[in-house]
Design a protein around this ligand. Structure first.
Ligand code: PGA
Length: 248
């Protein structure tokens, strides 16, 4: 089974309108991989239109960082899946640990967002990850299983196998402390094992302090099909280098 590598840049709440246009321009102009690796950027929602305009005719895809679980109505501040589709998003992150920790998103809300996204044709990138305390208490596998099962219960196993799952240990996000290739592989093999018979086709990403320096070792692992990149995706050169590593 050959899975197409996927590199996703999560810009988080960074940059300005002009810096986002400049960054995506640098990414789009320098991305030429012969079509093997897939590259996606997730800017802040307010810059989606500007970024989408730059991406017209390029091979770089567009995603969003969050989506409402609701279709429409009196949900001040929320953005729906169909709105994201209108701005040519193909992907959306759901359940990023910052959404869970800073905004109190529960696993059942994450599951609703997952379903809402898929219902409008977006591919959800379901983020799961344990905290350092949970890993130290040897609860990492239990926590990941809970986070996955909450979505499987609502969406079904088939729905999950057509999405993307990103394993992002919370202790590795933005810390410079990347999981070892063996740690990442161990968890992603565990995740694949829970995704049922179609799991061989499902793309699984690792995220957490991925850089051009550590990407090669991660991508050598059997169950790592790409990366969700935060900090390093804010520098076009770093991000392109990671895409290039995934290509080779
Ligand atoms: P990082 O973030 O690469 O800066 O660690 C990854 C993420 O949060 O998606």
């Amino acid at each position: 089974m050959i899975r197409r590598p996927l590199i996703v840049g999560n810009w988080k709440m960074n940059g300005s309108r002009s810096s986002s246009i400049e960054l995506v321009g640098d990414v789009a102009n320098n991305f030429s991989t012969g079509g093997h690796v897939e590259c996606v950027v997730c800017p802040p929602d307010v810059f989606l239109a500007d970024v989408a305009a730059v991406l017209v005719g390029s091979d770089v895809g567009l995603g969003a960082q969050n989506v409402s679980q609701y279709e429409k109505g009196a949900y001040t501040g929320d953005v729906s899946a169909s709105m994201l589709v209108e701005f040519t998003c193909a992907y959306v992150l759901v359940g990023h640990s910052e959404r869970r920790a800073c905004f109190g998103e529960t696993s059942s809300q994450v599951a609703e967002k997952f379903v809402a996204a898929q219902g409008k044709g977006l591919t959800p990138i379901l983020c799961v990850g344990e905290t350092l305390a949970e890993r130290k208490a040897e609860r990492a596998f239990e926590v990941i299983a809970e986070q996955l099962d909450a979505v499987v219960e609502v969406a079904g196993l088939n729905a999950l196998s057509s999405a993307v799952v990103a394993y992002e240990p919370v202790w590795a996000i933005g810390t410079g402390e990347v999981a070892s290739p063996a740690q990442a592989q161990e968890m992603l093999a565990f995740i694949r094992g829970r995704l049922g018979e179609k799991a061989d086709a499902t793309r699984l990403l690792y995220g957490g302090s991925v850089s051009a320096e550590n990407a090669a070792q991660l991508f050598e692992q059997q169950d790592i099909d790409g990366a969700l990149v935060g900090g390093a995706s804010l520098q076009a050169e770093q991000f392109m280098a990671i895409c290039q590593i995934a290509e080779t």
